[in-house]
Design a protein around this ligand. Sequence first.
Ligand code: MLT
Length: 268
Amino acid sequence: MVRIAANGVTLAVEEAGSGVPLLLVHGFPLSAQMWEPVLPALVAAARVITLDLRGFGGSEAPPAGYTMEALAEDVVAVADALGLQRFVLGGHSMGGYVAFRVADRWPERLAGLVVVDSRAEGDDEAGRQRRQQAIERILGGDRAGFLEEFLPNLLAPVSRKRAPRLLAELRRIAGEVPAHVLVGCLAGMRDRPDSRPLLPGLRVPALVLVGAEDAITPPGTARAMAEALPRGRLVVVPECGHTPPVERPVAVAEALLDFLRTQWPGHD
Ligand code: MLT
């Protein structure tokens, strides 16, 4: 692990493999650990960089800076520090919201896009209200109750049944996230803009991957996003919920490897 200073914050970054640079951004309220099950396969075809966003995993947790734009600035600062002029940017869920902010401000930096169980549209009114309720619950001291209710939704019922340790693992990762970071990110997600207008202009190769049983960002949303991306390709992972890299790592690694090898041949 290396520590990279970005925008006044020290971020934990891991790097492995060689080939096309693939920078992966985790979802909420997780960390780069969510990518670990797929990394051994990916390093055969890419230089894979995973980072803990500010507030998560091994990164510092400053009091502020949790808008999707601020998190995007951190991602680009990490790319700058590693000397990556262009890279394939992948994001899971909240990481996808961050990736779209990078695409909005620094489109020239993107060589490709990987969107895993995320969406381009912003929250609707009901969604914004749910975020607000969650924020008030955490500020009222019930951080544990919020996580207990939220985390099971990250996995399909079939995954929870097949591998109960997955939920325990997510609880362990999320359990380390400070309350102010949860609140900051919930507010950042609530206030994020609609990224759909960007999609037709993103002319890079794009992989949209989604769990067939994802209840948070369902396959219909992913399909619409893949269709709106000029070079979008949709992969639906069966028997899988909102967090495919931990629920179905083999299927995810295969889809990613296929995408990388078709779009960037000769990197093996
Ligand atoms: C995530 O997995 O990053 C979040 O569930 C996304 C969201 O709540 O919109």
